[in-house]
Design a protein around this ligand. Structure first.
Ligand SMILES: Cc1cc2nc3c(=O)[nH]c(=O)nc-3n(C[C@H](O)[C@H](O)[C@H](O)COP(=O)(O)OP(=O)(O)OC[C@H]3O[C@@H](n4cnc5c(N)ncnc54)[C@H](O)[C@@H]3O)c2cc1C
Length: 396
């Protein structure tokens, strides 16, 4: 499909991380963009916080919208300890912890500022390709819309993927339960700009003191039996907190103190993954972010990959006037990066809670070297680099 971009309507389904970032780039490149988001509220009270890796911030800086991170807290390093509290290693990368809902809300505002239309309470229920290659979108409220191009940034349980790529793999339970919250603690916890990670005996725990007496924390642990969102939500916060305290009974005492001091909701969710798709697009419909590759959470890289996708897809569409050619180029470019991150996330997951003492000992011995090697590799330029942003003249 070619033709002047201003005539091209792009429907972005899902206004989480990738969706509104893509919308900013496309609106600036001359497309007419509408975001369809299933949720109602401006700031979604969902999913606790995430840690954004340096490249996530770089994407936002490249697009000139890094102000969306203003509500976050910068971490100047990530420290790793074992269950006894023994320090193992430090990763000096600068990252940002930010509430998911706050980041999505700020990104959506940034998209609106670029002239993007945001339609809330629009849950995609079906997607049908028309004979001329355009798409009809139907929503759960009975309304419909049309678009020349559809991008599904609707997360791990993507409806765009289900309809546009019916043979794509379906999400499977990753065997991990995640949870997190905000705790109010005594001021003996120092605001030190560090994201503290602990390999607990039966779960992985991370926290940052974001201001005197306030801590953001998360916990991931393996559970082979799947529990649904509803089953987890049906437990009271107290029941959930007590189960976490029990899980970390033999770990450093501060972890139990942080969990017990949770103020407000303690979020919890089963983690699903989707192996990277063979094919990310059909015709002029494409999936990005978790919809294309929901990886295990152990590396804390999913949101950064989603932002990279949004940047790189826009850049490809600016380089290539033909949408389907740009889609093919984008997919070919992203495959290796995503595959490498999946591999690293799996590796990290495999050392999270080893069953045997000797596996733990090996992990504790080799982790400092592995982290040093990773830092050296990225310093030497072997890390991922974003494509240069194509000049506007090519995009007209
Ligand atoms: C336990 C856990 C911990 C994590 N920790 C980190 C971390 O520390 N760092 C990190 O980088 N990543 C982390 N991630 C991953 C990260 O959250 C995701 O990779 C990221 O949010 C993906 O962004 P996205 O835009 O693709 O999808 P999402 O952020 O999931 O956004 C999808 C959007 O689509 C909307 N939607 C869904 N269905 C429809 C529909 N049918 N119609 C319309 N809208 C719809 C949703 O409401 C949502 O707003 C973690 C994930 C888990 C599970």
């Amino acid at each position: 499909m070619s033709g002047p971009r201003a005539d091209r309507n792009v429907a972005v389904v899902g206004g989480g991380v990738a969706g509104p970032t893509l919308a900013v780039g496309l609106a600036r490149s001359g497309y007419h963009v509408t975001i369809y988001e299933a949720h109602t509220r401006r700031v979604q009270d969902v999913g606790s916080f995430f840690n954004l890796a340096p490249l996530g911030r770089t994407v936002l800086e490249e697009l000139g919208i890094d102000h969306v991170l203003e509500s976050g807290t910068v971490c100047t390093g990530i420290s790793f300890r074992n269950h006894k509290g023994r320090w193992l290693a430090n990763n000096p990368e600068t990252t940002t912890n930010i509430m998911r809902g706050e980041l999505s809300a700020a990104l959506r505002e940034a998209a609106i500022d670029e002239g993007v239309e945001l339609k809330r309470e629009k849950r995609l229920s079906s997607l049908t390709e028309q004979p001329d290659g355009s798409w009809e979108l139907s929503f759960a409220d009975g309304s419909t819309a049309e678009a020349d191009v559809v991008v599904g940034s609707d997360g791990v349980h993507s409806d765009v993927r289900r309809h546009a790529l019916p043979r794509a793999p379906v999400p499977s339970y990753a065997g991990v339960i995640g949870s997190g919250g905000l705790s109010e603690v005594s001021e003996r916890f120092e605001v030190d700009g560090t994201f503290h990670m602990t390999f607990g005996l039966r779960g992985f725990f991370g926290y940052q003191v974001i201001s005197p007496g306030r801590i953001l924390w998360f916990e991931n642990h393996y559970e082979s039996e799947e529990r649904t969102f509803k089953e987890l939500a049906d437990l009271t916060d107290d029941e959930w907190m007590e189960s976490l305290v029990e899980r970390h009974r033999t770990d450093a005492r501060e972890l139990r103190e942080i969990i017990r001091s949770a103020a407000g909701t303690v979020w919890r969710w089963p983690v699903y993954e989707v192996p990277q798709l063979e094919q990310w697009h059909r015709g002029t419909a494409m999936v990005i972010g978790d919809a294309a590759h929901a990886i295990q959470p152990h590396l804390g890289i999913g949101a950064t990959l989603a932002l990279e996708d949004a940047y790189e897809l826009t850049a490809a569409l600016r380089r290539q006037p033909e949408v389907t050619t740009a889609f093919a180029e984008f997919q070919a470019d992203r495959r290796a990066r995503v595959a490498e991150m999946c591999k690293q996330a799996q590796r990290m997951g495999s050392i999270m809670t080893p069953r045997h003492w000797w596996e733990r000992m090996m992990r504790d011995l080799t982790l400092p070297m592995a982290i040093k090697k990773g830092i050296k590799r990225s310093e030497q330029g072997f890390g991922y680099r974003l494509h240069p942003w194509p000049p506007t003249s090519q995009a007209a």
